[in-house]
Ligand binder design. Structure first.
Ligand code: GTP
Ligand code: MG
Length: 137
């Protein structure tokens, strides 16, 4: 489909990168269909990252994602999921391509500045987790 879901994570918010990251996103041709400034509860983060619950870093991931506010958004563009993953770069910023959001603004594999959905199915699930129909334009 033409939509993906993103979060500007607590590290990027703390470091003052919300504006720069949104500028990269809109300059790359994504339209903002929904957006909010919010904070995940522990339960939210555990549900959102349930697929990683057996991984050794799960506790660290939940601590990180809940420690401060995030920006959550639904983004629209042709080929949104794949193109947004390319724009943010590899999970580990040390391996991310030059010019990608994680290369520019992430500090480690754990604190990596942004989330991007990994499939159309997950984009729809994640968007619906954060936004009601009336909040999507
Ligand atoms: P998301 O867009 O956030 O889903 O990242 P991703 O799809 O590039 O990576 P993945 O879904 O595999 O992992 C989800 C998140 O878990 C990552 O973005 C990191 O925040 C965190 N994470 C992944 N691997 C590690 C790790 O080895 N150590 C730590 N501390 N965190 C990790
Ligand atoms: Mg992922």
């Amino acid at each position: 489909t033409n939509r993906t879901f993103t979060m500007i994570k607590p590290d990027a918010v703390e470091n003052g990168h919300i504006g720069a990251i949104l500028e990269k996103i809109t300059a790359a041709g994504f339209r903002i269909a929904a957006m909010k400034y919010t904070q995940l509860s522990r339960r939210d983060a555990e549900v959102f990252y349930a697929i990683h619950k057996e991984r050794p870093f799960f506790g660290e991931l939940v601590d990180f994602m809940t420690r401060g506010p995030i920006v959550a958004a639904i983004l629209e563009k042709d080929n949104a999921v794949e193109d947004f993953r390319a724009l943010i770069g590899a999970t580990n910023p040390a391996e991310a391509a030059e010019g990608t959001i994680r290369k520019l603004y992430a500090s480690s594999i754990g604190e990596n500045a942004v989330h991007g959905s990994d499939s159309d199915e997950n984009a729809a699930i994640e968007g619906a987790f954060h936004f009601s129909g009336r909040e999507i334009f």
